[in-house]
Design a binder for this molecule. Structure first.
Ligand code: TMP
Length: 206
């Protein structure tokens, strides 16, 4: 049995990751591929509990390193209980955020690469789709979404701009793994672009 593929979706706030993750999982299932759709921080009961604990607090409430331990504890739970077993079974995994989010959001919080190696060794996504949006669109979409907003949603333009810059720098650093998708267009258009990249890379039927 061939190992499954691990595909992650990344991007700033309001980039449409969750919608695209759902659409991608549906597309893969339509291709007859067993697929699990999951997310970080979260993906298991324990990791979702950590997410709640972490995001419901105001920024600055957590010590930076303690915050990293929470994220990596959740990631380890997710990897060992969901992601790795699925890949072993030949199931593909579509994950809404993964380590690149830590690189983008917690870049200066501590030894993130060292913690990653302890948590996951040399494991990395087979493909990362970076949904790229200028900050004005990110902010507009977050506003339009309404409802409960977490502490990152509430940040202003400068934060979104810096986040985008970091993500784009990551795409430059890992050009084989990270593909940039223009996420300014409507969801169906973006989904078409995502499918084209995935279909070509993994040689799927169109
Ligand atoms: P979401 O936007 O996908 O719902 O994710 C919730 C927040 O978690 C989002 O603002 C980004 C943040 N996050 C980090 O700061 N570091 C991480 O490693 C991950 C996975 C998410």
């Amino acid at each position: 049995m061939a190992r499954g593929k691990f595909i992650t979706l990344e991007g700033g706030e309001g980039a449409g990751k969750s919608t695209q993750a759902k659409k991608l999982a549906a597309y893969l299932k339509g291709q007859g591929i067993k697929t699990v759709l999951t997310r970080e921080v979260g993906g298991t009961e324990t990791a979702e509990a950590i997410r709640k604990l972490w995001l419901s607090q105001d920024e600055g409430c957590w010590d930076k390193l303690a915050e990293l331990f929470l994220i990596f504890a959740a990631r380890r739970e997710h990897l060992t209980k969901v992601i790795w077993p699925a890949l072993e079974r030949g199931t593909w995994v579509v994950c809404d955020r993964f380590m690149d989010s830590t690189r983008a959001y917690q870049a200066k919080a501590g030894p993130i690469e060292e913690l990653y190696r302890m948590t996951a060794g040399k494991f990395a996504p087979d493909l990362t789709l970076l949904l790229d949006t200028p900050e004005d669109i990110s902010m507009e979409r977050v506003r339009a979404r309404g409802g409960w907003q977490d502490r990152y949603d509430l940040k202003e333009a400068k934060f979104h701009r810096a986040l985008r810059k970091t993500y784009r720098a990551l795409a430059k650093k890992y050009p084989r793994r990270i593909k940039i998708v223009d996420a300014r267009n409507d969801a169906d258009h973006v989904a078409g672009d995502v499918q084209a990249i995935v279909g070509k890379l993994f040689r799927l039927k169109t």
